[in-house]
Design a protein around this ligand. Structure first.
Ligand code: HDE
Length: 663
């Protein structure tokens, strides 16, 4: 099963290597460099069918980018089920220990356009397509467990506000501008999500180190018809790690493809990203037992109250062959479910169920996008739908309707017991109203709970992010509205913000802090650290006369990816130089080891600059001899003078104990 999708894709994959150049109609071409002309200085002739076909195809190469989540990257993989979970769901891919299901995952940013930088401050999409024997199941999630709005009807407004402003299309891929913050201050249901957005979660170090969340509440249904409300989680085995803000901004310039490259390179190197799938479950009967509404997508279900149950492990082990054919054409849909997985009445989810097919119709040019290789189920699919743009299937026979006698009423329906999808028979009644439930109207308790769960360093980063973002807002009035809004979360936070951005402090005592003392340590990145070194990237500075190969070997033995840097490319001693100081940048590495020394003042200055930046971004520094490292960088947290301690420090990640020295 796990390579069923691979086999299917192979049927559609071609290699042009070694082949004759032909037109799309199979005619061999004798010249691909000159258009057909009347004389070698004459006009081009209409009859040049090769030129016309080549140019027309080129003119039509682009399809509209996704309205949101335009910038992304993807990989193939496999999901392996941990145990039979048939007590909670009849989804077959979760019903057998060891069962393998092929998957395709696309990660993305939300706001930026297709060519924008990877490391901007933004939520990240985490969309997974499971090619199951019961049909495709799409878990279309984000790396933040809540959302900005509660009702899908507000999504176009939210997206208009966060996207570049319409008069000048500035700024690209950023929320640090007036319309975003104006929307926030005037739509206070966004408070909880904004707290996450201002945290380091929205500047992830790597797609491999990011959690995923289904956000919306779904339903699991077992074969006895019993239902649970369910929330989905992906937990990365490497843990959750982020950049610091200054670093993220610089990486956006030095390598706008940073996340894309990181995922691609690591899969090529065999460092396959892995994530455990876990669920939180609330039985139907306990729907009203919590201090949040289970249908409200701006609320988490604190893990301390509703524990996680792990269902399986996903491994991403293969890069795409062709970005456009696979990554760009993949069509996810929150409504692609299989028997055993159903929807709740979460009003955000209900609206998503409409939007995803609608968007594919314009993006992929018609109703047959399910026939595109990356979107095809691995199980058979038959129905009476016919024709439309780009139809590829050749349906035999005269019947394309139901009921019929000419074809013994086939294709035929399947009863629920035999695997037919039957919607959960929830009883629903109500008056038609445009309204929001009272139980959705508390916007600050969980925003405060999130704040309470942060370590001091995390709080510091959130505060600085607010000061940066709102500091970029030109309207003083909007700035003040934001200050007043977040005073409901934390008065000190709002006061610091007000002071930094030059507006009046919030009125005393609007804060929630005395009312909400609860926290959920599970949402803190720093209270749940996972240490590792394999696949971390280290810059190794080398010079003539010093043999740095033992350092390189020792690091590589631990799975560290080492890139050598020196004054020029070519060989230095026994080592090949990967980069000069010009082609490398400290922001692209997790750590630095200096194993070289230069007599030239200019080069020494370049090393110092490298060290300084690594130090200011709290990363691990190592050196061989004191001559190679100037004070004040010779000692302190995460500064090591042996390879062994360097590796230990590198495993820990960022060294925020340095904060005092950096300020
Ligand atoms: Fe989406 N979303 N969304 N979204 N979303 C799209 O579909 C939409 C929401 C998410 O890698 C679009 O194919 C509405 C929440 C991801 O291809 C579009 C609402 C979450 C991706 C759309 C939401 C998501 C999308 C644009 C509010 C986290 C990228 C292109 C009701 C759970 C999938 C496309 C990929 C993409 C609509 C809210 C995740 C326009 C109307 C909440 C990861 O259909």
């Amino acid at each position: 099963m796990d390579n069923q999708k691979k086999k299917q894709l192979e049927q559609y994959t071609v290699s042009d290597e070694g082949k004759d150049l032909t037109t799309n109609h199979g005619v061999k071409v004798n010249d691909d460099e000159h258009s057909l002309k009347a004389g070698d200085r004459g006009p081009t002739l209409m009859e040049d069918f090769h030129f016309r076909e080549k140019m027309t195809h080129f003119d039509h190469e682009r399809i509209p980018e996704r309205v949101v989540h335009a910038r992304g990257t993807a990989a193939h993989g496999v999901f392996e089920c941990y145990e039979d979970a048939s007590d909670i769901t009849m989804a077959k891919f979760l019903n057998e220990k060891g069962k393998k299901t092929p998957v395709f995952v696309r990660f993305s940013t939300v706001a930026g356009s297709r060519g924008s930088a990877d490391t901007v401050r933004d939520a990240r999409g985490f969309a997974t397509k499971f090619y199951t024997e019961d049909g495709n199941y799409d878990l279309v999630g984000n790396n933040i467990p809540v959302f900005f709005i509660q009702d899908a009807i507000k999504f176009p407004d939210f997206v208009h506000a966060v996207k570049p402003e319409p008069h000048n299309e500035i700024p690209q891929a950023q929320s640090a501008h007036d319309t975003f913050w104006d929307f926030i201050a005037n739509n206070q249901e966004s408070a909880h999500m904004v707290m996450w957005h201002m945290s380091d979660r929205s500047i992830p170090r790597s797609y491999r180190m990011m959690e995923g969340f289904g956000v919306n509440t779904y339903r699991f249904v077992n074969s006895a018809g019993e239902a649970h409300f369910v929330k989905f989680h992906w937990k990365p085995l490497l843990g959750v790690h982020s950049f610091v803000w200054d670093e993220a901004q610089k990486v956006a310039g030095k390598d706008p493809d940073f996340h894309r490259r990181d995922l691609y390179d690591n899969i090529e190197q065999g460092n396959f990203p892995q994530y455990e799938l876990a669920v939180q479950l609330i039985p139907q009967s306990k729907e009203f037992d919590f201090d949040f509404d289970v249908l409200d997508p701006t609320k988490i279900w604190p893990e301390e109250e509703v524990p996680l149950r792990k269902l399986g492990l996903m491994t991403l082990n293969q890069n795409v062959d062709n970005f456009f054919a696979e990554t760009e054409q993949v069509a996810f849909h929150a409504g692609h479910v299989v028997p055993g997985i159903d929807f709740s009445n979460d009003p955000l989810l209900q609206g998503r169920l409409f939007s995803y097919t609608d968007t594919q119709l314009i993006r992929l040019g018609g109703p047959n996008f399910h026939e595109i290789p990356i979107n095809r189920p691995v199980c058979p699919f038959h129905n009476n739908q016919r024709d439309g743009y780009h139809r590829q299937t050749i349906n035999r026979g005269q019947v394309s309707y139901n009921q019929n006698s000419l074809q013994q009423n086939t294709p035929s329906v399947t009863a629920r017991e035999d695997g037919g999808y039957e919607h959960y028979d929830e009883k629903v009644e109500g008056r038609k109203v445009r309204a929001r439930s009272e139980s959705f109207k508390d916007h600050f308790t969980q925003a405060r709970l999130f704040w309470n769960s942060m370590t001091p360093v995390e709080k510091e980063h959130i505060t600085k992010a607010f000061c940066f973002e709102v500091g970029k807002v030109e309207s003083k009035d909007v700035r003040k509205q934001v200050v007043d809004m977040f005073a409901h979360v934390d008065h000190d936070l709002a006061t610091t913000l007000a002071k930094t951005i030059g507006v009046a402090p919030p009125a005393p005592h609007v804060a929630n802090e005395d009312l909400v003392t609860k926290s959920s340590p599970a949402v803190s990145m720093f209270q749940n650290p996972i240490q590792f070194v394999k696949s971390k990237k280290v810059a190794l500075i080398i010079s003539e006369d010093i043999d740095a190969s033992p350092v390189k070997e020792a690091l590589e033995a631990e799975g560290v990816v080492v890139e050598t840097i020196s004054s020029q490319q070519g060989k230095v001693g026994t080592l090949e130089v990967d980069h000069t100081f010009e082609t490398a940048s400290p922001v692209l590495y997790d750590g630095l080891f200096v194993a070289g020394v230069f007599n030239d003042m200019l080069l020494t200055r370049k090393v110092e600059k490298f060290v300084d930046e690594i130090y200011n971004h709290y990363k691990t520094i190592g050196y061989l001899t004191e001559k190679m490292m100037q004070p004040p960088y010779q000692t302190g947290a995460g500064v090591e003078s042996s390879i062994e301690t360097f590796i230990e420090s590198l495993a820990k990640g960022q060294h925020f104990e340095r904060e005092d020295a950096i300020g």
